[in-house]
Design a protein around this ligand. Sequence first.
Ligand SMILES: C[S@@+](CC[C@H](N)C(=O)[O-])C[C@H]1O[C@@H](n2cnc3c(N)ncnc32)[C@H](O)[C@@H]1O
Length: 359
Amino acid sequence: MAEERAGSTAPESAPAAPAAPAAPVAPAAPAEQGPLQADTTDSASEGYYSDADSDLTSLASSVTNYVYENGRRYHAYRAGKYVLPNDETEKDRLDLVHHLFTLVLRGALHLAPIKNPQTVLDMGTGTGIWALDMADLYPSATVIGNDLSPIQPQFIAQNTQFVVEDFEEEWAYPENKFDYIHGRTLLGAVKDWPDLFAQAYKHLKPGGYLEMQEGAVWAWSDDGSLKDDSPIMTFLSLLGSESEKMGRPMNVIDKLETWMKEAGFVDVELKVFKVPWSPWPKDRHLKEVGKFQFANMMQSIDSYGLALLTRSAGYSEQEAKIFLAVVRNQIRSKALHCYNKIYCVYGRKPEKPTESEKE
Ligand SMILES: C[S@@+](CC[C@H](N)C(=O)[O-])C[C@H]1O[C@@H](n2cnc3c(N)ncnc32)[C@H](O)[C@@H]1O
């Protein structure tokens, strides 16, 4: 694919994707909010539509034992498994996303109705920021965060533990160990969700909860300002198709609830929250959310796109970077009133073993 396009000049708008993705298929789960209203009077947010690329950029990492690609650093343990970077820029973005989630959830770290949990596991903990907050919230709990990358801080609260571990392998923890298992923004990191949920089920105590908090790798608009053939939708479709080709699909958000039920969890609840991509809404809370999501999106486009476009979709580094810049430009448009959705899904392992578990 890359060879076919080798002689072409750099595109001025969205470059032709090597394989045109199929017509976008939006995740089909319900939204709990009605159509979002755009603020047509707001001048205070003007700055958010200008180039904010450098807002989160920090010094390059001095850690050397990693894989470098297209100017970004990736994990070395089980290299190639996970397509987002793990460098300082990405760590800053993950901490920003933590703020975004807690803002959307009005300060809550979890929605599952857990009471005084004593053993907590955070799958794919990233910088560990959620696990550290959780350990603060429940000081008598032990909170374990695992990850492929050792990018967590070293000086941590005594009731927190970080381990380099692959959550797709057979878990070494005892069965019925945890009161609560959490995973956040793992879309694109998991090959076999039913298997992951089955492992979580096995290692939860009876009565314990599994909770996934995920941001849909998709976008919507209520006023038609986001067109199906726009760079953003081309990009999101490509993420969907290429991540699927690589074996860890990103566009599976609407299946999480079903997979959780099929794994045996009961009282499964799904809560959906709209997350505007810039401070365009009238609603003050959503406007605040939009400011943080805008900064996140300026970084996310590269984090989610660079490796997939170059490793799987046949783009050269330069082609990928130009295309991703075009996508960011569309996000900067004030006329665009788009959002994605955060899905929080949780369910309880039954107190009593089911008939099949007794056998
Ligand atoms: C987008 S980050 C989210 C981090 C964290 N959950 C949060 O919300 O701040 C996904 C994390 O999952 C980790 N990850 C991906 N695949 C994994 C695996 N198989 N085992 C353990 N961690 C994994 C990545 O290294 C990355 O740190």
